[in-house]
Ligand binder design. Structure first.
Ligand code: PGA
Length: 245
């Protein structure tokens, strides 16, 4: 029997956001005076987490965009999962394709970061996704399934979130078609090693916006979205959340 998975709408601000952008929260609350029907998470830059933690509505969860693979120590510039948890975060993105390419992060490191997140009591959002070249050569599913296997710690399906983000769709205005997204999400669920794959939440990410969100989010194995550009605009983010009413 299929389990009901609650949808998760997650905003990833990437390296955007200054003190003045805390206004975003009041605009979001104006758009959603009551708790939305889905779980909602915002991952602003680490510099804004503390201020947002004290100003956010109860229904909004906060997350980091990355964490170190250890909880403390001599690692200048790194932020640990324990530090994010200490600020009130519930989630942390790990293995985003921009970190994989900008910082050379591979599956083993991503897995270590996901383990550190679990150890600190956070839910890691583990990102996987193929490049355009890999899609065009027919390797997309094999690449993404292998990333899933190598980047995910051994744990219950409910302890993590997976984000399928085709690299060619991130920030480009191109999205996977709802059918292609559904097919990949179903393949990822099938590849989940445990018997509890019904509990695994798999988000789609890559140019999701108010115009395409409904078609993507209505697919049976698409359990939410990881939203970059459109999460910077409160009206657009609110409108995506509203598609789940
Ligand atoms: P985008 O980014 O929505 O701007 O394409 C998504 C992501 O990279 O998480």
């Amino acid at each position: 029997m299929a389990m009901m998975r609650r949808k998760l709408v997650a905003g990833n601000w990437k390296m955007n956001g200054l003190q003045k952008d805390r206004d975003f929260l009041s605009a979001l609350v104006d758009a959603h005076p009551d708790a939305p029907a889905a779980d909602v998470l915002l991952c602003p830059p680490a510099t804004l987490l503390s201020a947002m933690a004290s100003a956010k509505p109860d229904w909004l969860m906060l997350g980091g965009q990355d964490c170190a693979q250890t909880q403390s120590g001599a690692h200048t510039g790194d932020i640990s999962a324990a530090m994010l948890a200490d600020l009130g975060c519930s989630h942390v993105i790990v293995g985003h394709s921009e970190r994989r390419s900008d910082h050379g992060e591979g599956d083993a490191l991503v897995r270590a970061k996901a383990e550190a997140a679990l150890e600190a009591g956070l839910v890691p959002i583990i990102c996987v996704g193929e490049t355009l070249q890999q899609r065009e050569s027919g390797e997309a599913e094999a690449v993404v399934v292998s990333q899933l296997r190598a980047s995910t710690p051994e744990c219950d399906a409910g302890a993590v979130v997976i984000a399928y983000e085709p690299v060619w769709a991130i920030g480009t205005g191109r999205t996977a078609s709802p059918e292609d997204a559904q097919a990949m999400h179903a393949a990822l669920r099938t590849a989940w090693p445990g018997a509890d794959s019904d509990l695994l939440r798999i988000l789609y990410g890559g140019s999701m916006n108010p115009g395409n969100a409904e078609a993507l989010l209505s697919q049976s194995d698409v359990d939410g979205g990881l939203i970059g550009g459109a999460s910077l605009k409160p009206d657009q983010f609110a409108s995506i959340i509203r598609t789940l009413r």
